[in-house]
Design a protein around this ligand. Sequence first.
Ligand code: E4P
Length: 214
Amino acid sequence: MKLFIDTANMQEIETANKWGVICGVTTNPTLIAREGRDVKEVIKEIASIVDGPISGEVNSLDAEGMITEGRAIASIHPQIVVKIPMCQAGLEAVSVLSKEGIKTNVTLIFTPAQALLAARAGASFVSPFVGRLEDIDSNGIQLVEQVAVIFQSFQIKTEIIAASIRSPQHIGECALAGADIATVPFKVLEKSFEHPLTSAGIEQFKKDFEGMKK
Ligand code: E4P
């Protein structure tokens, strides 16, 4: 399973990119609004840092608007993936854009049926939301697993981006469930380096090394 970072913050992207663990970026209107910057400007800057797929979301809610916006976003850089919400108009837009060779990521996936429809419309990626399902006492990891089984059974090439990741545990669980990618917020990535036994081990090795020098 590959790792993307789920942020529009340039500092976070630069730091995670230096760690060498990420190979793509997802943004959404909430993340872009948090930065108070223009979406196209942000996406262009991200593409200059990370060598991999970068999802930028459309704002329109009608198919024509999404198609026009999608073409404009895709023209910013060859790495751009147009992020489109799961709905009838969204899949109409995905169908048109995918035939033009524009990559799409269908977001806000909460059922296996939604994932299958998005894939059949031509989506390059689908994003099942793990954390938001758990917020309503549903099983987000099970959704990822079900989508993975369906895509494998029917040899569907659409990649699964496990989204709405809230903990390092989610990362491991999504990998086991068969996600192709997990898109992870910076704070969760940071936490994923840690374990109390790793810290204790480092401290002990440091002490032993100091002792050897004497
Ligand atoms: C990514 O594509 C999603 O927009 C994001 O993971 C949503 O995460 P949230 O549920 O924490 O807002």
